[in-house]
Design a protein around this ligand. Sequence first.
Ligand SMILES: *[C@@H]1O[C@H](CO)[C@@H](O)[C@H](O)[C@H]1NC(C)=O
Length: 142
Amino acid sequence: MSKSAAVALTLVLGIFLNQCVVTGKRYTRCGLTNLLNDLGFERSYIGHWVCLIESESGKNTSKVSTRANNRLGLGLFQILSRDWCTFRKRGGMCNVHCEDMLDEYLIDDANCAKKIMQELGFKAWNGWKRGCKNRNLPMPLC
Ligand SMILES: *[C@@H]1O[C@H](CO)[C@@H](O)[C@H](O)[C@H]1NC(C)=O
């Protein structure tokens, strides 16, 4: 790709992300469905991701909860500190700052969630086990 094409693509993507991905703090179900689509989640699993996020964070991008063994659940996907991220420097198995799991820039959160899914499956999330497991959850119609 030429340099100017790369710059143009970055600009377009930036505008797109500003309008579609970085919205409010608490998503609606449809907003979340569209977000997951834009972030490249596999369509056939989006219903399960929506259920997981509703169960884990109530669709709140800045949700923090205390978890076992001095861990914190962070953000939309309630990514666990110490395991997947570290504070003040990049680290954990996602090699990211935990602070970045609480802002409204969600590409890094999504990449980390996809990695957790790859390594452990949906069963990594208790909220999914509690509320979503064994359910037929098609992608919400928006
Ligand atoms: C989102 O979570 C944060 C931190 O837990 C909390 O302070 C805030 O009130 C929540 N927002 C909504 C809209 O529930």
